[in-house]
Design a protein. Structure first.
Length: 119
């Protein structure tokens, strides 16, 4: 392990970094906001983690879509409406609260995938 990645070998360097242990047991340093750029290897590790997270997000979005479509069909077959407006508003608000201004766009995409376009 290089001294740049080993806090015990370079305490001044380690003090400018936060560390985070990911599920595969690798220690990946997080940028501290200083001018301490990540190495190419660290960038590659982050990209691998992003790819893994993207897979989790995609799988969850597909599953959410399946469940939402099943609920919509069940409601329609029972004579109800395909969607519940108050529930959609609550979902949009939750995504805004947790993700900021881009949250509603993400929620809207997920809602459309589950019920189809309105109008």
């Amino acid at each position: 392990m290089s001294s740049a990645n080993n806090p015990t070998e370079n305490s001044a360097h380690a003090n400018s970094l936060d560390t985070n242990v990911v599920d595969n047991g690798m220690e990946i340093r997080m940028p501290s906001g200083t001018d301490d750029p990540l190495s190419d290897a660290e960038i590659q590790n982050y990209r691998k983690e992003i790819n893994r997270l993207d897979r989790v997000i995609l799988d969850a979005a597909k599953r959410r879509t399946e469940i939402s479509q099943t609920i919509g069909r069940t409601r329609m077959n029972a004579g109800g409406t395909k969607l519940v407006h108050t529930r959609e508003i609550a979902i949009l608000n939750q995504f805004r609260d947790e993700l900021g201004e881009e949250g509603p766009a993400i929620a809207s995409a997920l809602l459309r995938m589950g019920r189809g376009k309105l109008g």
